[in-house]
Ligand binder design. Structure first.
Ligand SMILES: Cc1cc2nc3c(=O)[nH]c(=O)nc-3n(C[C@H](O)[C@H](O)[C@H](O)COP(=O)(O)OP(=O)(O)OC[C@H]3O[C@@H](n4cnc5c(N)ncnc54)[C@H](O)[C@@H]3O)c2cc1C
Ligand SMILES: NC(=O)c1ccc[n+]([C@@H]2O[C@H](COP(=O)([O-])OP(=O)(O)OC[C@H]3O[C@@H](n4cnc5c(N)ncnc54)[C@H](O)[C@@H]3O)[C@@H](O)[C@H]2O)c1
Length: 449
């Protein structure tokens, strides 16, 4: 039985960070993945998604400017766009494998399953190690409805060779909103069926309602408190059945996409054989990202029950987990300001507390909210929906939350994050010179005097 210092399960942002750092520190390392190496972000998530968003932005920008110097709007050629996307995703597995080989990391393809607290099986191999890191990410949550097998998930959407005319998204979070914009800009008729009262629940309600208006102006239908009960039909002739306000309704469509959330991917791990406890949000870990029930096991990234399931956190947690394995639990997980963006057009971005959260916590904050479609940065590109909301602590003058809607706000949110992380006050920010005219130069006008 091969014996290692460390086994890592998962080759995504979290797992790869752990394996590479451990190997560079001289440890013998094995890494396992059931899918082509490289994880979600680079092959089935952030990166390919944003290639498609890039094309959708060109369509949106050219539509906005038609009649203002642009003769006609651009259109998307879906097969060409997918071919371009593949130039990013296809090299990933080979490049990842080559990196592991160069570093001397032993790699295994297949499903990892625990046999005991320190032993894992992959295919015919049984591997054992002093420490095992679970970095297996998330998978779409089961919907438990008849016809569930007729839906495709985000991975399926990012692989579509042709875009159908009509699409229904089940769910009202990141994936539903981002994919709805891509598909609509590529010419599809999109309906979002969301079970809750408001979509994108974690984001500022005022900005989300403006974003919803922007989507409706684009022709995207958003149905709220709509509970999908079944999907029927075959191939590209599907009926989605749902209940809304006590009434049974249905929609005929060509494609139904699962965008109703993701859960920790622990199904095949047999974690009970390793004595590893799992909570509703994933593997239960302490502040050192160590399993609360088996000290030989650590978990990081989307599969761990700490932090949000976002790429920057997966790598951050990977670094913490491996530092703790190498040095004996010295680095506690701390909540950093974590920016997040929804790549719709206009983009929605957020960091820190929402107004609702600040009020619940009893924080005394100055709240500044304004629609900015008449600001130069929006008018220059003829953007109709843009706004911001900032929250500044009344006593310390530090920013506790920033919420932005509009072009460029996925970059501007990083300036707010820097200010929050390094305790730069609103006054200091207002007095910082920033290149003009840029989206960033709007920052000082978003802060109270
Ligand atoms: C469509 C989509 C778009 C996204 N867009 C963004 C974005 O714009 N920005 C952002 O910050 N985040 C985004 N995310 C989230 C981001 O992709 C994840 O937070 C990040 O990839 C998590 O990394 P990870 O290493 O924890 O897991 P992953 O990258 O998911 O890696 C886990 C790996 O473990 C493997 N695995 C699972 N179980 C087993 C097993 N039993 N045996 C062997 N291998 C196993 C899987 O095959 C997978 O390769 C997006 C996610 C999706 C789905
Ligand atoms: N830009 C980004 O950073 C980005 C983009 C995509 C995904 N992600 C990550 O991936 C995760 C998964 O994305 P997601 O959009 O699937 O999940 P999500 O949690 O963002 O949204 C799922 C939504 O679907 C709703 N829902 C749940 N069950 C439903 C049902 N049966 N019918 C209708 N609606 C239902 C939920 O209330 C929720 O609003 C996210 O939490 C995020 O962390 C990030």
């Amino acid at each position: 039985m091969p014996i290692f210092d460390l086994i890592v399960i998962g080759t995504g942002s979290a797992g790869a960070t752990v394996a590479q750092t451990a190997r560079k520190a001289g440890k013998s390392v094995a890494i396992i993945d059931k899918l082509p190496f490289g994880g979600t972000c680079s092959q089935r998530g952030c990166d390919p998604k944003k290639v498609l968003v890039g094309a959708a932005e060109i369509v949106a920008r050219s539509e906005q400017m038609t009649g203002n110097g642009i003769a006609s709007a651009a259109t998307i050629n879906w097969p060409d766009l997918m071919a371009f996307k593949k130039t990013f995703t296809e090299p990933i597995p080979e490049n990842t494998e080559a990196k592991f080989r160069d570093l001397g990391i032993q790699f295994y393809h297949g499903v990892a399953t625990f046999l005991s607290p320190k032993t894992v099986r992959v295919g015919q191999d049984e591997l054992t190690a002093d420490h095992i890191v679970v970095a297996t990410g998330q998978r779409p949550k089961p919907l438990n409805i008849p016809g569930e097998e007729l839906l495709i998930d985000s991975t399926g959407f990012l692989e579509l060779s042709q875009l159908p005319e009509e699409i229904v998204m089940v769910g009202g979070g990141y994936i539903a909103f981002e994919f709805a914009h891509i598909a609509a800009r590529a010419g599809a008729k999109v309906t979002i069926l969301h079970q809750g009262k408001r979509p994108l629940e974690g984001f500022d309600a005022d900005l989300v309602s403006l974003l919803v208006k922007a989507m409706e102006a684009l022709g995207i239908r958003i149905l709220l408190e709509a509970n999908v009960t079944a999907v029927e039909g075959q191939k590209d002739r599907l009926t989605v059945r749902y209940e809304q306000a006590g009434e049974s309704q249905s929609i005929l469509t060509n494609l139904v996409i699962h965008a109703a959330g993701r859960v920790a991917d622990v199904a095949e791990l047999a974690l009970e054989k390793a004595g590893v406890k799992v909570g509703p949000k994933g593997v239960a870990v302490n502040e050192f990202l160590q399993s609360v029930s088996n000290p030989a096991i650590y978990a990081c990234g989307d599969v761990a029950d700490k932090g949000l399931p976002l790429t920057p956190l997966a790598s951050y947690e990977g670094k913490i987990a491996i530092n703790n394995i190498l040095t004996g639990n010295r680095q506690a997980y701390t909540d950093n300001p974590t920016p997040s963006a929804v790549y719709t057009i206009p983009t929605l971005a957020s960091v820190g507390l929402t107004e609702e959260q600040a009020r619940k916590q009893g924080r005394k904050v100055k709240v500044t909210f304004q629609e900015t479609n008449d600001w130069y940065t929006s008018r220059r590109i003829n953007e109709s929906f843009s706004a911001f909301k900032t929250l500044v602590d009344e006593e310390t003058d530090e920013i506790v939350g920033a919420h932005l809607l509009g072009s460029g706000c996925d970059e501007v949110i990083n300036l707010f994050t820097l200010a929050m992380k390094h305790h730069i006050t609103a006054e200091d920010l207002r007095n910082t010179l920033l290149a003009y005219p840029t989206h960033g130069s709007d920052l000082s006008s978003m802060l109270p005097d």
